[in-house]
Ligand binder design. Structure first.
Ligand code: FAD
Length: 549
């Protein structure tokens, strides 16, 4: 309509709503569904042209989930569970994207989602006690509540390599990979980055490329992936027991799948200690279980000597697979095992035995510049047709610091997090930012959980809170600074002395992957069940640590 067009063009019209949700990935879709169930007028604003979030953008070759499909899917709706059929144990990107489209249709969500709409600013109006949400195109929305479902791994990092703009070949980014895909056949290709994405993409690209150069800044611990298609009837049998499976999942320590890579880190209890194991037992473990055998010991998370021994043993396990000794040595991580979620791999180390794959260890041979025809390191120039950047994200906070979020007294969220570090209470709210709810914000279980189980909890807690406020005639809720500070202290106390605080533990979990970002570990590692319990107790006691106005 003319009015809508005027508004799109930055006209004066302001749309009043009960809630704005930013983002249409797993979180935003569920937030919309729940808020609508409460009878609220809701609009989802999404920068992309369709639903999917993570699983829309990260369509690089080999993109796959590390959690079983039956657990990396919505649990709140029997219809969704019963009407969808997963074909693989660990679902690939395309299947998850299709699932999210199915969920959006089945729950009739699209009519309240506005695509191609990037939120540029969100300002809290203290007099009106509402948020003014402004889009890049100048549209304005006013609502008392905002749910920032903007994603913890959605703000791409600029690779920051000199000369990038001069490259005449094809430049690709794993986190915004072309919809139509890319055929690497016959090409000389570089993959830059060996985090979760690089490790997934490298074996697939190697099969297509004429030659693949892998540029590695930091080697990774990987676990062989159990990915496979479901056997005929297998999924149907699981689906018939969904309730039982979900109930068990809720009780599991990290709320993660039995095969989830991260559960490895927290379920080591019953295993023997590496420190006291005989050399024979160590070698047998490596022989029988490969690289995993180097890591499955009860003491590899806390005992510094065991940590050192595990890294050495891992090196031996890698050297059994990778034939070239120099390459094998370069593939051994220098940080302690357990400081990051281990990566699932499908033939990663074997890939380095291929004659068309070269590992470039940037610790020994740093990149100097990208040239019009390739990449120049200190020692060589590699001629290239394509460069695939798998260089990661400004995680946890990046999506929100890219928006001008202004709370009480004009406080700018970006500045708060730059000076204080990524603080939040329960990962759900930041003090001075009333009625702004985060999903998996700093201080929530985030990377230490099955994302979906945690996300469903957060959305349910947030929407219950909104219902509580409205029922009581309240207008605002905001985290008290003291509660926020105590929560951060509690989180840090949980990881104090652990491998997660090791000085060599540089990762997106603590901001070390972003130049200039304040380093701080803000993931709640005591598990989703205990987090849920805390949040439930807080709500039941009248929202302890929050001020309701
Ligand atoms: P996202 O899916 O990131 O969606 C956020 C949405 O917000 C996006 O669509 C984005 O466009 C939109 N948005 C952001 N800013 C704005 C703005 N200013 N204006 C408008 N829209 C905006 N988790 C696991 O548990 N297991 C896994 O195996 C796993 N694998 C992953 C693999 C990759 C490559 C990545 C990147 C993440 C992975 N994750 C995994 C984490 C994953 O991000 C979450 O599991 C989940 O998909 C996040 O859903 P979300 O809706 O919260 O955020």
């Amino acid at each position: 309509t003319a009015r809508a067009l005027a508004s799109r063009a930055g006209g004066d019209e302001v749309r009043r709503l009960d809630a704005v949700v930013v983002g249409a990935g797993f979180s935003g879709l569920y937030a919309l569904h729940r808020l609508r169930e409460l009878g609220l007028r809701v609009r989802v604003l999404e920068a992309a042209d369709r639903v999917g979030g993570t699983w829309l953008f990260n369509r690089y070759p080999g993109a796959r989930c590390d959690i079983e499909s039956i657990e990396y899917s919505y649990s709140f709706s029997t219809e969704l569970q019963q009407e969808w059929t997963w074909s693989e144990l660990l679902p690939g990107q395309a299947e998850i994207e299709a699932y999210l489209n199915f969920a959006a249709d089945r729950l009739d969500l699209r009519r309240d989602i506005q695509f191609d709409t990037r939120v540029a600013a969100m300002t809290f109006d203290e007099a009106d006690q509402t948020w003014l949400v402004t889009t890049e195109a100048g549209e304005r929305f006013v609502a008392p509540f905002v749910v920032a479902a903007t994603g913890i791994l959605s703000a791409p990092l600029d690779p920051g390599i000199p000369g990038l703009a001069t490259f005449r070949g094809t430049t690709l980014y794993s986190n915004r990979f072309p919809r139509e895909g890319h055929d690497f056949t016959g090409q000389r290709v570089a993959v830059i980055g060996t985090g979760s994405t690089g490790v997934q993409a490298i074996p697939v690209v190697a099969e297509q490329a004429e030659h693949l150069y892998v540029y590695q800044r930091s080697a990774a611990y990987t676990l062989p992936s159990p990915a496979r298609r479901y056997e005929p009837g297998e999924f149907e049998e699981l689906r018939s027991r969904y309730d039982e499976i979900r109930a068990a999942q809720l009780l599991a320590h990290v709320g993660a799948a039995r095969t989830s890579a991260f559960s490895v880190l927290t379920n080591l209890g019953g295993l023997p200690a590496l420190r006291t194991a005989s050399r024979e037992a160590q070698l047998r473990a490596v022989e029988e279980k490969g690289v995993v055998g180097a890591l499955y010991w009860s003491d590899v998370m806390f005992d510094p000597e065991a940590i050192r021994m595990a890294t050495a043993l891992y090196g031996e396990a890698v050297a059994r697979i990778v034939r070239d000794p120099e390459t094998a040595a370069s593939l051994v991580p220098t940080y302690p095992f357990g400081c990051k979620r281990p990566i699932i791999d499908q033939g990663y180390y074997e890939t380095f035995n291929r004659p068309n794959v070269t590992l470039v260890d940037l610790r020994k041979d740093a990149i100097q510049e990208i040239t019009p025809t390739g990449i120049r390191t200190e020692r060589a120039h590699h001629e290239l047709d394509a460069i695939l950047f798998a260089t990661g994200f400004d995680a946890l906070t990046g999506a929100l610091t890219r928006i001008d979020v202004r709370g009480r007294g004009g406080a700018l969220l970006r500045d708060v997090w730059a000076t204080e570090g990524p603080v939040a209470y329960l990962g759900l709210q930041v003090s001075d930012f009333p009625n702004l709810f985060l999903v998996q914000g700093p201080g929530s279980p985030s990377a230490a959980s099955n994302f979906l189980a945690a996300m469903e909890h957060h959305i349910e807690w947030i929407t219950d809170c909104v219902a509580h406020l409205r029922a009581g005639g309240h207008r605002t809720i905001e985290a008290l600074p003291s509660a926020q500070a105590e929560w951060i202290d509690e989180i840090l106390a949980l990881v104090n002395g652990s491998v997660l605080m090791h000085p060599d533990c540089n990762s997106w979990y603590n901001g070390a992957n972003v130049p200039g970002k304040k380093r701080m570990y803000t993931t709640y590692v005591a598990g989703l069940p205990s987090f849920r319990q805390r949040c439930d107790e807080i709500a039941a006691a009248g929202y302890t640590g929050f001020k309701i106005g």
